[in-house]
Structures are given as C-alpha cells and as structure tokens.
Design a protein. Sequence first.
Length: 277
Amino acid sequence: MFFPLIKADELIHLHRTGKLILIDARFHFPAYLEAHLEGAIHVDLNKDLSQIDENPANGGRHPLPSPKAFAELLGRLGISPDSHVVVYDDKQGAMSAARFWWMLKALGHEKIQVLDGGLQAAQKQGFPLERTFPPSHAVPAYPTIHWQSPISSFHEVKTVYKTKEKIIIDVRESERFRGIVEPIDKIAGHIPGAVNLPYLDNLDEKGLFLPQDKLKEKYLKTFQGQASENIIVHCGSGVTACHSLLAICIAGLGMANLYVGSWSEWSRNNLPISTEK
C-alpha cells in the first residue's frame, strides 16, 4: 500500500530521479503562471476535475466528470497506471489536491501522493520554482471503466439520514455547519443527524497533517465502531471532503464514502435542515 502523503524533502529527492509526474492543483491558474514547482502541470478544479451543471441542485457545485473524461485528461497529463504522481496546492491539500488524489485513487491508481504542507512546504525546503510550461508527454487515455472508490448518491443520503444506518460527517467549518453563516450556498445549516468534523482539524499549527496515530484516534471516536464503508463524508461541494477522506486513509482506516453533491445539492432540494445557532 502506497502511503498517501509525501514530505517536501522526500519530494525533492524523488524530483531529482526524474521518475515523477507533478501536478499543481491550485485554484487560480494565474498563480501557476506566476510561479510553480519545477516540472508541475496544472489541473483546474472547474474545468478538469468537475463537470459543472447549470443547476447545482443536480449534483452540487462540483459534480464529478465521467470516468472516461477524467481518463482522457490523465492521458494528456502523461499519467499511466505505472506513474508515480504527486499533487499539491496552496491550501494544505484542501483546494483540489485531495480531490485529484481521490479521483486518481478512485480509478484504482496506487502511486498517488499529496504533498504534505503543499506549495509552502516545498518552497521552505528549497524546491526550485519556474514559470515555463513543462514539455508535454501525452500517453493513451487511462484504462478505466468506472469509479472504484465508494460514492454515496443523493438518494442514499436521503435514506440514511433517516435510518441512521451510516454516520454522516460534515467537514465544513463549525459556523457553516451550525447555520450561523453561509458564504457560498443559498441556505445555511446541515443535514439532520450529521456530525461536524472540520477538515482543518486534520492539520497541526504548521499546516501539516496530524500524525497517523492522532488522526486514527480522532476518527475512531467518531466512527463509533463502524467500518469505513458505513461512513459518508461531505462538505459544500465534494472538494474539501476529500481532504478528510485522505486523512481517514492516512489513519489507516480505509476509504469512506464521498457524497459528491454535498451541502450545495442537499440545500437546494427542499429537504430538512438543522441549525445550532
């Protein structure tokens, strides 16, 4: 089993070997143009990692693209089943790096890691930056048929929140969960019965992931004896939820379910909403 995180000093060593495909998953493409880690190729959350519908009530703000479309993107990026891929962003993995990690894992790819601490950690270690585009080394589309990682559908979550046969984890900030503020979606609050574990709590004061034992202790307490297949993780639109799915894997607890539509879908479908003001 390939460990899902890589430290900045390990990345520098790997980069020197040349046996690496480095992905920049920062949200703003102009930031990539200004400077990026040497050899990094940019992916765009909205264009590459989502298939956005005009109405977020149908799948949320960042629905997944089809496996076929993502497989074609991977081919253009030069990624094949044997590739060692490292992905980073500038938000400790929460702005698209973890989403890209999840998507590649969901195709069955083994050698995919997220850079712990992101761009900032690499810069501190002296990883070289550049402004130029790396040369293209496209390969055939990634061989895939369907998403292999567990996904919870809108209809499943509508059932489970009533039966409570699975635990629903909401990783948004506490104020959004409680319904005090909602800066993005139209309605504030949370899915009734959901447990709030903000994704930022996966990190220490330096912006690095907590040690494996600390993450394991944290999530086992929430799982209440349930296996990962009985856990559903969501956020606002299926992006930062992947940060907590990554943390759960770091903890050695397997892959929990991703509810891709998340709050942006649930809150637009006239369903029950809870608040804790």
